[in-house]
Design a protein around this ligand. Structure first.
Ligand SMILES: Cc1ncc(COP(=O)(O)O)c(C=O)c1O
Length: 323
């Protein structure tokens, strides 16, 4: 990847003249069966551009209460897009289409009209859960019936593709826009893309410049992204298997049900454990194992391409002992 970056052909992307970026954007658009894609420095920017495309200022987005777009983007939908958000309760990655339908509000004189629905695939705070294809198809029919846009926060859509075997283009066909990240499971240092129609992406390019996301010789980053797409998608199955292995090792302590672990994220519920999240993470760190603390009694392990079998086996041996 470093070599690909060092030898990348570059141009000025603010003038849309970077050939490596063109290649990355065309590659990702084609993977999802869309007309166009636009590189962004972060998944947050890709999501927020998509939301600004779908929802006029003052109008409404629906998503679940734990969605990254409302929980982890520092209020960007409201602060930058003037977007009103309303959420349904989050239960893992589950989406109850009937609940979503009950929340959609039509245009009128009083109520805030619903313009878009966003889902997250896989779901970060939902423990890496995967939304079944049939649910997404039902959601598409629903949003079509109501004239509402559908966005996918697909930061980890690659993991869903590998876990459920659904072609990326089949996911792509269901959404008006998707955001996808190169910098998480795929291992690139920087970068996400927003994917959509040619017209939407032309507007997104202007909005990206407004948000300070226009970059110059970004082909160096695009080369890393192309390398990641070519080399690091299929191997995600390895990360999923390792997460499952860790879950099985932790299961006797009662903090996780291995059956629920579908991808590379392993939430541990420490409600009944001896240590709370902060103390567990500190104890794990002493053994060189990094754990994210998501709440007083909730932590998250993530498997990724920089791990080794030996390292995972070591974690599987040490972590249950800490509890
Ligand atoms: C589901 C999801 N969407 C979007 C993002 C945002 O990505 P970034 O950190 O690149 O802004 C993240 C980051 O963890 C995420 O988990």
């Amino acid at each position: 990847m470093r070599e690909a970056m060092a030898t990348a052909e570059v141009g000025d992307d603010v003038f849309d003249e970077d050939p490596t970026l063109h290649e990355l954007q065309a590659t990702v658009a084609a993977m999802f069966g869309h007309e166009a894609a636009l590189f962004t420095p972060s998944g947050t920017m890709a999501n927020q551009l998509a939301l600004q495309l779908a929802v006029p200022r003052g109008d409404e987005l629906l998503c679940d209460a734990a969605a990254h777009v409302v929980s982890d983007e520092i209020g960007a939908a409201a602060a930058l897009g003037g977007i009103s958000t309303r959420t349904w309760p989050a239960v893992g990655a589950a989406v109850d289409v009937a609940v979503v339908e009950s929340m959609i509000r039509p245009e009128g004189f009083v109520a805030v009209p619903t313009r878009a629905v966003a889902v997250e695939q896989t779901h970060n705070r939902g423990g890496g859960g995967v939304i079944p294809l049939s649910t997404l198809q039902d959601l598409r029919s629903l949003t079509d019936r109501h004239g509402v846009r559908l966005h996918c926060d697909g930061a980890r859509i690659w993991h869903a593709h590998v876990a459920d075997g659904v072609p990326l283009a089949e996911y792509g066909a269901l959404f008006d826009t998707l955001s996808v990240c190169l910098s998480k499971g795929l291992g690139a240092p920087v970068g996400s893309l927003v994917v959509g129609s040619a017209a939407a992406i032309a507007t997104a390019r202007r909005l990206r410049k407004r948000m300070g996301g226009g970059m110059r010789q970004a082909g160096i980053l695009a080369a890393a992204g192309l390398y990641a797409l070519r080399n690091n998608i299929d191997r995600l199955a390895e990360d999923h298997a390792r997460a499952r292995l860790l879950a099985e090792a932790m299961a006797p302590t009662g903090v996780v049900d291995p059956e629920r672990i579908r991808t590379n994220i392993l939430p541990l519920d420490l409600t009944k454990a001896r240590l709370d999240g902060t103390r567990f993470a500190a104890a794990a760190r002493e053994h060189g194992i990094l754990v994210s603390v998501l709440g007083p009694r909730l932590v998250r392990l993530v498997t990724h391409l920089d791990l080794t079998d030996e390292g995972v086996a070591r974690a599987a041996k040490i972590l249950p002992g800490l509890l």
